[in-house]
Design a protein around this ligand. Sequence first.
Ligand code: NDP
Length: 419
Amino acid sequence: MSRVLVIGCGGVASVAVRKCCQADDVFTELCIASRTKDKCDALARKLEGRTRTKITTAQVDADDVQQVIALINGYRPELVMNIALPYQDLTIMDACLACGVNYMDTANYEPEDTDDPAWRAVYEKRCREQGFSAYFDYSWQWAYRERFAQKGLTALLGCGFDPGVTQAYCAYAAKHEFDRIETIDILDCNGGDHGYPFATNFNPEVNLREVSAPGSYWENGHWVEIPAMSVRREYDFDQVGEKDMYLLHHEEIESLAQNIPGVKRIRFFMTFGQSYLTHMKCLENVGMLSTTPVAFEGHQIVPIKFLKALLPDPASLGPRTRGKTNIGCIFAGEKDGRKKTYYLYNVCDHQACYRETESQAVSYTTGVPAMCGALMLLTGQWKMPGVHTVEEFDPDPFLDALDRYGLPRSENRSPRMVD
Ligand code: NDP
């Protein structure tokens, strides 16, 4: 019997809410709150009569801490699921602390305005000291550790697929398969085709910022940064086939480097088609990926926000997308004195996801883990006051829940390794 507040009602939140309603013995009451209340109402109407979960809706601007506090105090949830954008992570965490409520999200904090001088000073110091230049990192949210711990509250960070399930796969490998993990390669393959020359599978602003940034990986205790898209490999993915993939910076590398003892190297690869890359490079070259406002005919316009308005809404890709995703981790290390390799992954079918939730697999593979993470917190299977990432918790009940709610794991005990 739990009351949960979901903030955000985009592609990922819609899947998470539908999945929560499948577990209506645990998620007995749900409030869906977002900037645009109409979207919350539309989702609530679709679920009417199909679940025992009692759904209400609300309008909130989650950039405003006072509004979130008022919403939480009015609804009194046990958990706030932040499935809005990474820009709202800190305001929602502040509100949870003020109201004494547990918190979770699916992506680590990133500022909306990367030209803000106060943020930039901290960012530039971090770039110099740590050696990676992504706009997002965990330091902002790890700074809340003591305050959450002191209040006996749990904050679960990054509980989507990657970050999220990939870290649970690492915790599982460390618990059951290896005495020592030496290398981890996280492989994110989207073999789906939506038929557009160019579209992003989730929020275009967040997606394009991530992909156009320099890549980096963790090796022998420090970060190695490389120019964007400069390391390419081919890999033959189960049920998808041969794809080009590129080394990217990704947020879970940062926490895994701290939480997997003795790990020597962690890399992250994502597949991209040539058409996507050519479009992205062109947009970048003409300045359309910039987050700095430009004056245009008397208005201030942020180029990447304008681009977002032109691109297909990720939510509209669902009915058009065919093919599968394959996301997982390849490990090398030692067990009982012997060298071994191991690959743990999930394959997800875009059309099957659409039939079940009216969303394609990218939203599905994020929304289902968000719901399963919430399930772990609400049922007390994961309870650890403080601010934590997924690999810090017991992976077993979480992976069991994923198997049950639509993201079953597959394994390969002699995988082809990535050179
Ligand atoms: P969408 O853009 O589809 O949805 C975002 C939602 O947040 C919208 O409903 C939007 O409202 C709402 N929102 C934005 N700003 C505010 C605000 N100030 N106050 C209240 N609501 C707000 O994004 P996605 O669903 O694709 O992504 C959701 C999150 O999931 C993102 O943080 C993304 O980075 C993360 N993600 C994580 C992945 C993982 O594997 N871990 C993979 C994919 C995504 P409105 O409708 O008004 O715009």
